[in-house]
Design a protein around this ligand. Structure first.
Ligand code: PEP
Ligand code: MN
Length: 357
């Protein structure tokens, strides 16, 4: 149920109502928007129906939320959620940030080379796996904490926030210590214990769509995280399994406008894992921005042929730079801009969030 408070409600009215709802054993989720205060009431339908919400002073209206996901739905919150990451990045606003970096952190030197190249072109965020979910137990599994240390050294040097995957609740404290954004991979989208755990921390989470998950299942997984208290969730479309085998997955771009309609959470697109090959990435990255994506995640490696994982889908820094040039007019055409930070040597970069004129 969503309870909408009157614009002139008092704090006491709000407190009384919250107290009454919680006394029934129901959970509340308060959202104070620019214009309105809204209470999400979660729990058993029968119990919720017992409360005469509109008879309480200060209440304007009460509507049941029809979808199974509540807190992440547009019905619950009309305006887009904007998530700040570090000083210079915001996801969900007008500017479209790019998260780029290697599939896995393979060593200090190679990571530094990649990160420096990205930083020089004004890419605002660095990705890199420390714990890798590999299909084969014999493949490179990631460098673990060492990789996290290398990444945090890059952040020290460049100011780039770091995005890295947490695969297991047992690793959460460790990953939390270093990461700015916690990534939940496609294979873990329905690891409900993990979702519950990241729901209890205060760092943003990028939740990747399960490769066989419906949009509804995807949103229910986001609901897990938000319902446990962490509303900084960024959804990531990264391709789904279909019968097609020319591409690694099928990039479901209709998910972008659909998700934007159903949820207030930001939506980013990862064309690298969707396509599995570099030649199609520029077209689909542009298409993602045109479709309304709030960000892109891209794999970049200085020597893709030597990459320990996902080399075939990793752009070189030069290809990344060419892609940036292609993306800019596309973003402008849909009323957005590509977020580039001032770390870069190129002077025509757009300003980062929070920079003053
Ligand atoms: C990744 O981004 O490193 C990754 C493993 O992606 P996905 O979970 O989408 O396969
Ligand atoms: Mn990868």
């Amino acid at each position: 149920m969503i309870v909408v408070m009157k614009p002139d409600h008092t704090q006491e009215e709000l407190r009384d109502l919250l107290g009454r709802i919680e006394k029934m054993g129901l959970r509340t989720h308060l959202s104070k928007g620019e214009r309105r205060t809204i209470i999400g009431v979660i729990g058993e339908r029968e119990l919720i129906q017992e409360i005469p919400f509109t008879s309480f002073p200060g209440v304007e209206a009460a509507h049941p939320i029809l979808q199974p996901y509540k807190l992440v739905s547009r019905e619950f919150k009309e305006e887009n959620t904007r998530i700040r990451i570090g000083r210079q990045v915001e996801v969900g606003g007008e500017a479209v940030p790019i998260i780029a970096g290697p599939c896995a952190v393979e060593g200090r030197q190679v990571l530094d080379e990649i990160a420096d190249a990205l930083h020089a072109m004004g890419i605002p965020m660095l990705r890199g796996g420390a714990f890798k979910p590999r299909t084969s137990p014999y493949s490179f599994q990631g460098l673990g904490e060492l990789a996290l240390k290398y990444m945090s050294d890059v952040r020290e040097r460049t100011g780039m926030p770091i995005v890295t995957e947490v695969m297991d609740p047992r690793d959460l404290l460790l990953v939390y210590k270093y990461a700015d954004v916690l990534q939940i991979g496609t294979r873990n989208m329905q690891n409900f214990r993990l979702l519950t755990e990241v729901g209890q921390v205060d760092k943003p989470v990028i939740l990747k769509r399960g490769m066989s998950a419906t949009i509804k299942e995807f949103l229910m997984s986001a609901e897990y995280i938000v319902s446990h208290g962490n509303d900084k969730v960024i959804l990531c479309e990264r391709g789904i399994r279909t019968f097609e085998s020319e591409t690694r997955n099928t990039l479901d771009l209709s998910a972008v406008p659909l998700l934007k309609k159903l949820t207030h959470l930001p939506v980013v697109v990862d064309p690298s894992h969707a396509l599995g090959r570099t030649d199609l990435i520029p077209a689909m990255a542009c298409a993602a921005v045109a479709a309304g994506a709030d960000g892109l995640m891209l794999e970049v490696h200085v020597r893709p042929q030597e990459a320990l994982s996902d080399g075939a889908q990793s752009l070189t820094p030069q290809a990344m730079e060419e892609l940036l040039e292609r993306l800019e007019p596309v973003a402008r055409a849909v009323g957005r801009r590509i977020l580039r930070t001032n770390g870069g040597s190129q002077r025509h970069h757009s300003k980062a969030v929070g920079d003053s004129d």
